[in-house]
Design a protein around this ligand. Structure first.
Ligand code: BTN
Length: 337
């Protein structure tokens, strides 16, 4: 193989692996040219491409190349993300967009071209970020995690909400275990910290009556969103990891952690007892269940106590002694007196 015909992105990933695995020591250029079966010039070009992705690579003549702590970088480098996803059960390929309408869009397009599941689209900025129920999702450029994943789950269309529940549990676990941010799940797809929204989830799917062809699940997590970035009305309803912890977090590292948790939950969901396991994990984690709530659906408002979720993830609310099932609605937690 020569430098003209090897696959650029595979070589970039291999080069990155050698540098990352050297743990902050220099890797000789000659070692890299040998391992990659390519010329010095080709290696130099790959290093340039990695630097363009935001990876900080030091180079010293006679010593070679060195990458600094990869877990510290906040650059949404697709090569770094592919590296962090190595061995993941589902997610294996990252597509990066500096700016895009919505990360949902390229994946829906790829899904229609028969792309396999496991592709992740990430962006630093969305110009038409989408929320649930046709709302917009706003985020300043380069601060938050904005990503979508392409899935081909063995589920019926009525079960799509289960993907949102799994994504919610994954994000909640990462917030708690990696960032020490005690977040709570609010049905259907919100994650809150002290009543303020830190994350929103949106799943869109296509299929026929008995099966989903594909689903695209999008997650917007406020990571390094600061009060200075927020308008006055957003300050009252939103928070971020930075605001909660007082320090910034590496977005690619958080992304890889979330995807790993999500993969495990999705794999379990595909097995015999998986659905029951997911539902019981969600029941345990969801602050809505057991809370007094106001539910708004199609302009009508209902006040009652959320008692449970159904097998398909719909919310059961006891309103004046009658159980009402809501498949999609806006919920507010009310304080119990
Ligand atoms: C909501 O709470 O209303 C859901 C918000 C989902 C936002 C994410 S950001 C990444 C992906 N791309 C979008 O356009 N929306 C989702």
């Amino acid at each position: 193989m020569n430098s003209d015909n090897f696959d650029e992105s595979t070589s970039r990933l291999r080069l990155f692996e050698f540098l990352a695995e050297a743990n902050g020591t220099f890797v000789a250029g000659s070692f890299l040219t040998e391992k990659l079966h390519s010329s010095r010039q080709a290696v130099f070009k790959l290093v340039g491409a990695l630097r363009k992705e935001g990876i900080n690579i030091e180079s010293i003549p006679q010593k070679g190349y060195m990458v600094h702590d990869i877990y510290d970088t906040d650059a949404m480098s697709p090569t770094l993300i592919d590296y962090l996803l190595k061995g993941d059960l589902i997610f294996n390929k990252c597509l990066y967009f500096n700016q895009i309408t919505s990360t949902q869009h390229p994946l829906k397009k790829l899904a229609l071209q028969n792309a396999p599941e496991g592709i992740v689209a990430v962006a630093d900025e969305q110009t038409e970020g989408r929320g649930r129920r046709g709302r917009t999702w706003l985020a300043p450029a380069g601060r938050n995690l904005l990503f979508s994943v392409l899935l081909r789950p063995c589920l019926c269309p009525g079960d799509v909400q289960l993907l949102n529940l799994a994504a919610g549990i994954a994000v909640k676990n990462v917030l708690l275990n990696k960032c020490h941010v005690p977040a709570e799940l609010k049905w259907p797809n919100d994650i809150l910290v002290n009543g303020k929204k830190i994350c929103g989830i949106l799943s869109e799917s296509a299929g026929e009556s008995d099966r989903i062809y594909y689903a695209v699940t999008g997650i917007g997590l406020n990571v390094n969103f600061s009060y200075e970035d927020m308008s006055e009305d957003v300050k009252n309803i939103a928070t971020s990891i930075l605001i909660e912890k007082g320090s910034s977090f590496s977005r690619p590292v958080l992304l890889a952690c979330i995807l790993r948790e999500f993969s495990l939950l999705l794999k379990a969901l595909g097995k015999g007892e998986g659905k029951a396991g997911l539902l019981s994990a969600y029941r345990e984690a969801c602050a809505t269940i057991g809370s007094k709530v106001s539910v708004i659906q199609d302009g009508e408002s209902y006040i009652g106590t959320a008692t449970d979720i159904t097998e398909q993830g719909a919310l059961i609310v006891n309103v004046n002694g009658n159980d009402i099932i809501f498949a999609a609605a806006d919920v507010h937690h009310l304080r119990m007196n």
